[in-house]
Design a protein around this ligand. Structure first.
Ligand code: HEM
Ligand code: HEM
Length: 182
């Protein structure tokens, strides 16, 4: 809960920081503010939220990546620590860290993804192909999270784990396609 609060504060600060410097390159080069005050401003407002939305989209991507790191880290745990025994301490430390914050990273990614989707939808005013694929990615991520919550209570349940990993992988693939075509 403490981390989620901190995360909320960071989001709010990010939002306000984004607002403090509304000077754009085209203000200078095209002089829109001088000649077309109302219209120019309208364009800048739209651009501003699209950029913020895209930034949050990339943060979603990083969040999913950080949560997903648990897979290669655990898969290669034995082989890496056996092959490089001198780096065992560091590897185990990173593996522990990724494991401890896995749920936090996943939940952050989900919240950021929802925020990104809402901003992009209102910015574009319609749901186009890339938006629909993004929506599928976020639905898959939500299912991943719900199954993950259950997995938290029944860690030994192998089929829950398999379903969690498979739907997470589908979400990563769909999210990747979404970013690729955006
Ligand atoms: C797993 C969830 C998602 C991830 C990781 C994600 C990530 C991203 C990223 C990184 C970009 C910026 C790409 C670029 O810089 O060109 C982007 C763009 C965009 N996303 Fe998402 N997104 C997700 C979900 C959604 C959802 C749910 C929607 C809408 C309902 C959406 C709508 C859009 C739109 C409209 C664009 C801009 C397309 C453009 O104008 O080029 N995304 N997304
Ligand atoms: C969104 C919220 C999420 C929750 C609540 C959640 C929850 C969990 C839990 C409780 C475990 C068991 C961990 C353990 O045994 O120590 C787990 C494992 C796993 N999760 Fe998630 N998860 C979430 C998101 C994700 C995402 C976004 C991905 C991938 C992109 C992912 C991939 C995995 C993988 C690969 C494992 C298996 C790790 C292993 O080999 O033991 N999870 N998750």
């Amino acid at each position: 809960m403490r981390y989620l609060k901190m995360f909320g504060i960071v989001l709010v600060v990010m939002f306000f920081l984004y607002d403090v410097n509304p000077i754009y390159a085209d203000d200078i080069f095209e002089g829109k503010d001088e000649y077309d005050e109302g219209n120019g401003r309208q364009q800048h407002e739209e651009g501003r939220y699209e950029d913020l939305g895209e930034l949050i989209g990339w943060c979603t991507f990083i969040g999913i990546g950080a949560a997903g790191m648990i897979f290669p880290i655990r898969t290669f745990l034995k082989s890496v620590t056996r092959t490089f025994p001198q780096s065992k301490g560091l590897y185990l430390y990173v593996a522990k860290l990724i494991g401890r914050y896995h749920i936090l990273f996943g939940t952050m990614a989900l919240l950021l993804g929802i925020g990104h989707g809402i901003i992009m939808y209102f910015n574009e005013g319609e749901l186009e192909n890339e938006g629909i694929i993004g929506l599928i990615a976020i639905i898959l991520l939500s299912i991943t999270a719900i199954i993950g919550m259950n997995l938290f209570n029944y860690r030994k349940n192998r089929s829950l784990r398999t379903i969690h990993i498979s739907i997470a992988a589908l979400s990563v693939i769909t999210g990747g396609i979404h970013i690729f075509i955006s």
